[in-house]
Every structure is written in C-alpha cells, then in structure tokens.
Design a protein around this ligand. Sequence first.
Ligand code: ITT
Length: 198
Amino acid sequence: MRLVLASSNAGKLAELRDLLGEGITLHAQSEFGVTDAEETGLSFIENAILKARHAARATGLPALGDDSGLCVDALGGAPGLYSARYAGRHGDSDANIDRLLRELEGIPDADRSARFVCVLALVRHPEDPLPLIAEGRWEGRILQARRGQHGFGYDPVFFSPAHGCSAAELPPDIKNRDSHRGRALKALRTLLANTPGI
Ligand code: ITT
C-alpha cells in the first residue's frame, strides 16, 4: 500500500515511517511538490482531515493527515492547535519552548499537567466521505527546563511519569511505542484491519 503523509514536519515523517515498518510505503508530500494546507479547523480532527484531503487531491494517492499538539491544563489547553506556532513563527521549537516556560514561570510541578495529542486521519481519495480517524494521548507534565536531545518539538520539556524522564531522553523506539503518535497509529492499524476494501 502506498500512502502520502500530509505533513511538512520531518519529525512526524520519521516517527510514522518507523512505526509503519514494511508493507506500507509512506511518501512525503514534498516528493510531489505539495505544501501544507491552511489549518482552518477548530479541532485536531478537523485539521487532520483537511490536511489529508489536500494531499490526496494534490497527489492522487490515499493520504494520512497528522494533527497534533501539546495541551497544558494550567493554560486552558494551550498551545493546543497552535502548538507549531505558539511563539509566532511556524515550527520554531526553541522559541515555542521558551514561551511555554515563560507562561508557566512560578507554577509548581503539581500544577504543570499536560498531554500530547495526535489525531491521524486517513482518506482514500479527496472526497472520501468516511475518513478513518484515530486518536492517541500521552499524559505528562511540563518540566521547569529542557532535558534530553532526542525527538522534536516540545519533547525536551515534556516529562513522562510512566518513563521517569523527558520525551527527549527516551530512545526513539520507546517514544514511538508509547507516545500519542504511537498510540494513534496502533488504533489506526486496528481500524484498517477491520475495514473492508482498503
Ligand atoms: P504539519 O502541519 O506540516 O504536519 P506541523 O508541525 O505544523 O506540521 P501541527 O500543526 O500538527 O504540525 O503541529 C504540531 C506541533 O505540536 C509540532 O510542530 C510540535 O511543536 C508539537 N508536537 C506534536 N507532536 C509532537 C511530538 O511527538 N513531540 C514534540 N512535539 C510535538
């Protein structure tokens, strides 16, 4: 099966390729000269679907959209949908983390709960009326300072109590297994296995 990933985020592509393994070829949308759709949705689900439809329309291939982000309870769920551009410039992870740490300054560990969320949407064609939707969550809290070198985005400041370290301190295979994205993909695989005609 060939799929195109409706994303310009190299971190997502690497993780999803590792997770998919053999059997499914995941193309980057950049291989077809496709750039990101405008994210006008009000939810992760809406954005994942509109990204997938855009890539399917532009490439003629089935497409996978990944809309994900970090939701911090003390900030009313922010940065949420705006995780990639929290500090203004899209994809500037250093600036995004700096802003997050500033917003949480003075807040004790007990009140820094947060979760990563990932919604995956698979469409067979641009007008697919029944996209396959899967969600994964990863509970944790925001650290007071960066720790670790792996991963991407907010990984250095996301502490996973289940692992006792930051997401950026986890070896990539462990992050992939237990992360919001890993969980969403596992759920998507189950949907795929139970959906005739794919
Ligand atoms: P595409 O829209 O091109 O896929 P994007 O980075 O803009 O790329 P999103 O709009 O879904 O994607 O924003 C997701 C942001 O959430 C991402 O840029 C990171 O800052 C953060 N994020 C998502 N998953 C993450 C992970 O596994 N580790 C760390 N940060 C993550």
